[in-house]
Ligand binder design. Structure first.
Ligand SMILES: [Mg+2]
Length: 261
């Protein structure tokens, strides 16, 4: 009986302690409660924008239209500074560590899928002139930029790409760009240093109106039906990675500039 009483006392004490540890101030709860990423001015910009970026990268934010005006400078600093490079390198390191554990069948069907924009190629030179995602997306000006075929590689992704080829993976590129952009896209990839991909898959007319998640899932399913084993998939959007026929491992690259459903 004494032991039972002691257990109750300890349980009550532990519960009180746990609550005191995780409690945050009532004021902060109010500031953050209304929409999860409240733009209450009392929260300093850096803290607010860091939390905003977290919700974006984890997909907690869901679909959003543009970078909050007060975070334009934060996103610019992130994308053009060391942090984006460092985060991209960390993703490439994790991807490679996994890739080295994969037992390849050696039949040419061991596939690794890459998205293109903000995965292999960086559109920072475009977004420098368009507010780093704080402006509403303008398809015409972006298509003109794609036609120029001058997007540089994301260095960490180029390193991963080359190492995967070396390991014996078959590289398949699956992009939301459309068929009319095939030549410019291939030209840009080569300009950035990429080569030896097995296939470059772009949206057909029949994909018009499909969400990226459905379009990319359907294409992955077709690859599986052809006998490919999709060991890995790299993309900057959750819609690159989720849906059906998903890869054994998916790797999310950072992108706080825009979201594609
Ligand atoms: Mg992308």
């Amino acid at each position: 009986m004494a032991i039972f009483r002691l257990l109750i006392i300890l349980t009550v004490a532990y519960t009180s302690l746990s609550q005191s540890i995780i409690q945050i101030s009532t004021e902060k709860q109010t500031l953050l409660a209304s929409d999860g990423i409240s733009d209450h001015p009392k929260i300093p910009n850096d803290l607010y924008c860091e939390s905003w970026r977290f919700t974006v990268e984890t997909n907690d934010a869901g679909i959003w239209a543009q970078v909050p005006a007060r975070c334009e400078g934060f996103v610019k600093d992130y994308m053009t500074g060391d942090k984006y490079q460092s985060d991209s390198e960390a993703v490439a390191d994790n991807s490679l560590a996994y890739a080295k554990t994969v037992e390849l069948h050696g039949d040419g069907k061991d596939a690794w899928i890459f998205d293109v924009d903000e995965t292999l190629l960086s559109n920072i030179p475009y977004y420098v002139r368009h507010g780093f995602g704080s402006e509403i997306f303008d398809e015409v000006s972006f298509d003109n930029w794609v036609d120029m075929a001058e997007a540089p590689a994301i260095p960490a992704s180029l390193r991963l790409y080359e190492e995967l080829l070396e390991l014996g993976f078959t590289i398949i590129l699956l992009t939301g760009r459309t068929e009319f952009q095939r030549n410019a896209t291939a030209r840009n990839l080569e300009y950035a240093g990429y080569s030896n991909w097995e296939r470059l898959i772009l949206r057909h007319n029949s994909d018009h109106g499909k969400s990226a998640t459905i379009y990319k899932s359907e294409r992955r399913k077709q690859l599986e039906d052809e006998g490919y084993k999709i060991h890995g998939n790299s993309g900057d959007q959750w819609s690159d990675l989720t849906g059906f026929a998903v890869a054994k491992r998916s790797f999310k690259l950072p992108n706080p500039m825009y979201v594609i459903a």
